[in-house]
Design a binder for this molecule. Structure first.
Ligand SMILES: C[S@@+](CC[C@H](N)C(=O)[O-])C[C@H]1O[C@@H](n2cnc3c(N)ncnc32)[C@H](O)[C@@H]1O
Length: 242
């Protein structure tokens, strides 16, 4: 349980970590469909997978179920989020195939860590986390991911993106407001549970880039094929194969 008066790390979202799994589904339209689509882009035959910014473990859990022979390395800088992910997995057999590492993925990208995270991954995933990095660090992280994938490996990221026009930004805000109301609450109510975040390590508040910028960064990072398998109301999945 988080101390409600304390500040939180960027990306933790809720002052009380226990509220994350419910609250994120009220705020992010089609959160489950987004994660399911992302996981479908990963081969079920994968053996080694990396989840960056694993949070409460929703994406890691899906990977473990989708890839029965895979070991998953799940990275997050927040001890509270990792604790919650661990408690979810504790009672399942899946916990034998997951390793949690408390670390800043920006520090990994910047070469400040040893070989703790590992290399030669068949796939790397991330959801709702990397948009907290500056564009310069996003580029560095994509390059680092590409270098740590095995030949033909892939990376998929689900993140909010900057819209091509302010009009579109407004349209999506209205639609998302209505989405939250359809979940039986209001944005105001859900937002009252959101914590105050202070910059932490390489992450600060949202620093969105357009889909086009992300795809260009991936190409610069050495991804041979880049793609955008899903886009909905300001959120997108993008990535590719090295
Ligand atoms: C909104 S949550 C999403 C969690 C999960 N991927 C999901 O979709 O439910 C974002 C997570 O990214 C983590 N995070 C943000 N910046 C990070 C960084 N630089 N290094 C490691 N973790 C980071 C936060 O602690 C948080 O757990």
């Amino acid at each position: 349980m988080t101390d409600m008066a304390a500040t939180i790390y960027p990306g933790e979202v809720f002052a009380d970590t226990q509220l994350f799994d419910t609250g994120i589904r009220q705020l992010v339209p089609h959160y489950d469909l987004m994660l399911d689509t992302l996981v479908a882009c990963i081969s079920p035959n994968s053996r080694r997978l990396l989840d960056l910014g694993c949070g409460t473990g929703e994406l890691s859990l899906r990977l473990l179920k989708h890839c029965p022979n895979a070991r998953v390395v799940s990275v997050d800088y927040s001890p509270r989020m990792i604790e919650m992910a661990k408690s979810k997995l504790e009672t399942t057999q899946l916990s034998e195939r997951i390793t949690f590492i408390q670390a800043d993925f920006g520090a990994w990208a910047n070469g400040e860590m040893g070989g703790e995270i590992g290399t030669n991954f068949d796939g790397c995933v991330s959801s709702l986390a990397i948009h907290h990095l500056s564009d310069e660090m996003k580029q560095q992280l994509f390059t680092c991911i590409g270098q740590n994938l095995s030949n033909g490996g892939c990376f998929w990221n689900a993140d909010p993106i900057l819209q091509e026009s302010p009009q579109l930004q407004e349209i999506y805000l209205t639609l998302r407001e209505q989405w939250t109301i359809n979940q039986g609450t209001t944005q105001q109510e859900v937002r009252s549970s959101i914590g105050n975040s202070e910059p932490q390590g390489y992450s600060t508040q949202d620093r969105l880039a357009t889909l086009e910028t992300h795809l260009r960064m991936l190409s610069s990072a050495g991804f041979k094929t880049v793609a955008n398998p899903w886009r909905f109301w300001g959120l997108a999945i993008f990535g590719g194969w090295v």
